[in-house]
Design a protein around this ligand. Sequence first.
Ligand SMILES: [Zn+2]
Length: 232
Amino acid sequence: MRTRISFRKSGSIITAAVFLVGGVLWIAIRHAKVEPPGISKTGTPATVREPAGLDAPGEMEEGRRPAGAESGTAVTSVHTESYKVACVHNLRMIGIASQLYLNDYGTFPLASDKTDQATNESSRPAHSGFDHLQVIFDARFLNKSDVVICPGSEDRPATRNTNGTFTLTSDSCSYLWTRKLLSNASPATAPLAACKKDCHPEGRNLLFASGEVKWVTEEEFEKSFRKHFTAD
Ligand SMILES: [Zn+2]
């Protein structure tokens, strides 16, 4: 009897154990099936890991568009800046050449003066910077025609004549020149040269008698410096 009870008891225990294990397994399987694929075993949302791979193209796509737009802007802005810097370099060279001219001739270059001396006629108004800058070339203080080309312009350097000189035109000179005859007695703040209009967006580089080159906005140019220059 005891044995039977004990047998029945142990039978019940085994049955209970089977049910228990089965139940646990069932719950485990069910849980595994129900478990959202996005949740990893550690509970970390899989979106962080797996979709990272999936998101990557999206993210790149996302990034690519603005990056493309930005890099376009960045490239433009890099060009704009490099043109301004190269232009400053040109104007400094022109400033040095003008100073050398001043040392030799007592005034800064001015086409009307040269015309005066050459023709012995009354001063004529020079129409653009190229007439005046031609004076520096003729005096051989400049010997490279690309020095008077602002890289932001559409101008092209004058080709060398057979005798080694250059003949500047409005298309081979990007700079305006002061209409005033300046000398050592002139204020150092007197402007000498400036970029033609539209070489750069919204402003121009300006060369002063001191040799300094400064960026001024178009508005500032029109307001304070326009009167010094011959027409664009
Ligand atoms: Zn310029």
